[in-house]
Design a binder for this molecule. Sequence first.
Ligand SMILES: [Zn+2]
Length: 390
Amino acid sequence: MNIIVLWLLVTPLFFALGWIAGRIDMKTVIRQAKQLPKRLYDGIDALIDNRSGIAAENIRDIITQEPQLTELHLSLGKLYRNRGENDIAIKSHTKLLNSQFLLSTDAKDKVRLELAKDYQQAGLVDRAEGLLLKLIDSELYSHKAQEQLLNIYQQDKNWKDAIVTAKKLASSDYSFHTEVAQFNCELAQETLIKSDHVLATEYIHKALEINRKCVRANILLGELYYNQEDYAQALSTWQSIEKQNFLYIPMVIEKIFESYIKLNRLKEGLTLLRGYITLYPQLNLCDVMYQKLINYESPTDILEYLRITMKNHPNAKAASKIIDIHLNNMNHNLSTDTKPDAEIIKNILRNYNDKLARFRCGRCNFKAQTFFWQCPACYEWESISPISYE
Ligand SMILES: [Zn+2]
């Protein structure tokens, strides 16, 4: 009888204790649930205000308390990387990769991809490459891994692996023809330095096979012929650039003219040069016009060409040359007072022109005084216009 009474007393007590324990857990959960958004919002707010350090602290605190929030943990690593804190990003992503909460292979691959970016940014390219190569067979992240590998191979000037990877990435959406042709041109250029003309020719032809509009390949091929004293082939190769993209004519015009001289066909060279100046005044060919035509044409004719250029493409360089013609033209009646002034203005224009950034990337607006086939800022190929924009 006593035992039954005891059970009758104890059983509700157990229920009561369970209920209290449940209440305590629920309170914790509710408290955490209330705190989590608050700290998360604080973090987002800090990010909006460009206080990424505060944002990182907030997110790190949340993750310490809620390690199961793996996506947030992944973002924290990215945030560290964006802040340039590569070591902390690597540690954060490595910790996440070893986390018991990261269960699926896809989730792990996603972290590996970010970790590879951390390594790359930290300059640990070999580690990044090793990690990315393991992701090639990943169901979800193979494409992104190969894109990143292509990026690494270009940075390393590993053009052969870059070609293989770009070909794998090629699709109906994006062919990678421009890039693969440029990689072949890079190989051709490296091979030309080693005087291996046969191999260089192979790379150039590969570039043209994959992209018949590849001007750089024809520039290199023309140089190869010219160095072998095959001036006729060099000439026809460089002249074909006009059909590929006439904007690149300024890059070969001097060489074309030199080839005509070597072939004792000066008259044809002059006719072609005059033709280009008249047909493409926007190309601002005044340098070559001045250096080459000055020996064969009258100052009045050259002045006329410069005026055509100025009309279509007003620029300091052509203006300084117009003044120069007036100064050096013996028949011209510049007064003794006027000449020193003209000289000063000419020099100011010339110096101004020398300081100008002549080339601009159409993609990221990067400006430079020298021409690049690949933009050093955004790494896009053939995004910098070959004609001076100033
Ligand atoms: Zn750019």
